[in-house]
Write a protein of this length. Structure first.
Length: 96
């Protein structure tokens, strides 16, 4: 039984267009998750700024948290471009 190869189909992309569509779906999901996490960390950074009361160490921590949140959102936006980069390299056209 271990030597049997599964039949193609299901969720496995079998063409270039299906691969691009799968990458698009994954990057959309990544963008959503990172945007949500980034938004939560922006709120955390705002809370840290408000409760820092002038303490330089706490202000620095809030600033770093805000930078990390912005980086997370930027990575999510860059991930959204991966299917388009692959499409331009391979020449595969797909519908969104």
């Amino acid at each position: 039984m271990a030597d049997r190869v599964p039949e193609p189909g299901g969720n496995v992309p079998t063409s270039g267009q299906a691969l691009i569509q799968t990458l698009t779906n994954v990057t959309n999901w990544v963008l959503g998750v990172l945007a949500l996490v980034g938004g939560i960390f922006i709120l955390v950074a705002a809370f840290q700024y408000l409760t820092a009361a002038g303490d330089a160490e706490k202000l620095g921590k809030a600033k770093n948290t805000l930078i990390y949140a912005i980086v997370a959102i930027a990575i999510g936006l860059l991930a959204r471009g991966i299917p388009f980069i692959i499409q331009s390299i391979t020449g595969i056209q797909f519908q969104q």
